[in-house]
Design a protein around this ligand. Structure first.
Ligand code: ADP
Ligand code: ASP
Ligand code: MG
Length: 438
């Protein structure tokens, strides 16, 4: 069985939903993971912000605008009045729930319930569309099998067990539908896999089912060698290895949620990226195989904070780095990049929730310098096979860019540099011009 995930734009209008229906109804059994219609999760985030600020009126006006949009969707999506009524009932139920949230003390669990509504609506409306068009379809509620543990990490064992139980008890049909992004936490409360998480759902479900292939259908024809939102003349890559794709996704390539590759890589399941608007294109295939050598692609991750700890007495003392790392462990804050010199260590984080606490604890080791608004630029390829000259080509290309940190040698697949976010676009464009498109 294949697992196919369709993103926000792919289900973003009645016309696009019909396109998705056409793509999936080829007679082969499959499980289809759907995102919320584009813009919906952003609106739900906005509603939640207003409710945290106790501005119920502002929340209600965003709810009203969103509801108007869905009323139109329902009207255009179905032909028969009977289905229009069923669709309208879904909308009435979901918007009744959202309205209800505006007249109570709003907390983080309510926010997660609100954020889950986008995927809950899109999958119910899409299932009705399939039924109206005579395709036997089963909606498998993601909240019944998608689980995260106490650390909010995917609970693969629970997902595997629950999903196989549910599949066994569900009528055998060609087309199964489920929600991306949403899950339950270790205590059974509604939670999510973070923004963009539907890709990760597809990969977790694909791994749980030992799928033949995981397909991520989106609004672009595959993985490009640079970020098309910031750089002109990007090019699609036909084939990437799991390792290359994982580095690019982790370091900011928005086309894939950062953790998407990991479950697929463990089970060695091919991941294919495809364009819903151009289904005939082969897209990008991600497997153990990397084709070609040298520099393949670059990606950028924003919102990075660099922390430098300078200490007179550090490197004489083994155990120093351990004590530094323990501070980050205490505050459950992962480190992305690290570099050292005789007197200082620099590292980066992207989760700044405990920045103040981390900063003050690090003061015990010496001077602490913090730079915010930085971006990691990650340059990926099969670097070892490129033999000599890789680093010099990268640094020649980056001539004139203020680099704050460099990380090279951590893996054979990437070299990362840290630059101020204000220089991100120039850095990406320069790398395309001088390295990728020579
Ligand atoms: P979906 O809603 O289908 O999940 P996303 O917006 O999350 O779609 O991801 C697709 C978008 O990712 C593309 O439209 C493109 O703008 C952006 N993107 C960023 N980096 C890349 C890249 N290297 N290759 C392709 N697309 C990228
Ligand atoms: N709807 C969620 C989001 O917008 C998840 C996803 O689209 O992947 O972040
Ligand atoms: Mg996405």
């Amino acid at each position: 069985m294949k697992v196919l995930k369709f993103g926000g734009t792919s289900v973003g209008s009645p016309e696009n939903m019909r396109m998705v229906m056409k793509i999936i109804t080829d007679g082969e059994q499959k499980l289809v993971v759907l995102s919320a219609m584009s813009g919906t999760t952003n609106s739900l985030v906005e509603i939640s912000k207003h409710l945290y600020n106790k501005d119920a009126q502002a929340a209600r006006s965003v709810i009203k605008a969103l509801r108007d949009k869905y009323d139109k969707v329902v009207d255009e999506l179905y032909s028969a009045d009977h289905y229009k009524q069923k669709g309208a009932a879904v909308i009435a139920e979901v918007f009744g729930l959202l309205e209800g949230l505006t007249s109570k003390e709003f907390n983080e669990w309510d926010e997660k319930v609100a954020l889950a509504q986008g995927e809950l609506i899109s999958t119910r409306l899409f299932t009705l569309l399939m039924e109206e068009n005579g395709h036997r379809t089963e909606l498998l509620p993601a909240l019944d099998f998608m689980r995260v543990d106490e650390e909010r990490a995917a609970d693969m064992e629970a997902i595997e067990t629950l999903l196989s139980e549910i599949m066994a008890g569900t009528p055998k049909v060609k087309y199964y539908i489920t929600q991306g992004f949403i899950c339950r936490d270790a205590e059974g409360r509604i939670d999510n896999l973070e923004r963009g998480g539907s890709d990760y759902t597809a990969s977790l479900v694909g791994a749980a089912l030992d799928a033949d292939e995981i397909q991520i259908w989106t609004d672009i024809d595959g993985f490009h060698n640079n970020d098309p939102r910031f750089v002109a003349n990007t090019r699609k890559i036909d084939q990437l290895s799991f390792n290359e794709a994982a580095e690019l996704a982790y370091f900011g390539a928005k086309i894939l949620h950062p953790q998407t590759i990991s479950p697929a890589r463990v089970k060695n399941i091919p991941v294919r990226l495809k364009n819903t608007m151009n289904p005939g294109d082969g897209g990008t295939l991600i497997t153990t195989v990397s084709d070609g050598t040298g520099i393949k692609a670059v990606a950028a991750k924003d919102g990075i904070t660099a922390i430098k700890i300078r200490s007179g007495r550090m490197f004489m003392a083994y155990g120093f780095l351990k004590r530094v790392f323990e501070v980050f462990e205490t505050f459950k804050t992962p480190i992305d990049m690290i570099t050292t010199s005789e007197v200082a260590v620099s590292l980066t984080i992207d989760n700044t929730k405990y920045l103040k606490e981390i900063g003050s604890q690090l003061l015990q080791f010496g001077e602490v310098e913090i730079d915010q608004d930085m971006s990691i630029i990650c340059i990926v390829g099969d670097i070892i096979r490129e033999e000599t000259g890789f680093a010099s080509r990268v640094f020649n290309a980056l001539d004139g860019i203020p680099i704050r940190m460099i990380s090279y040698g951590g893996s054979r697949y990437n070299i990362s540099v840290l630059v101020p976010t204000s220089h991100k676009q120039t850095t990406l464009q320069t790398l395309s011009d001088k390295l990728l498109n020579e």
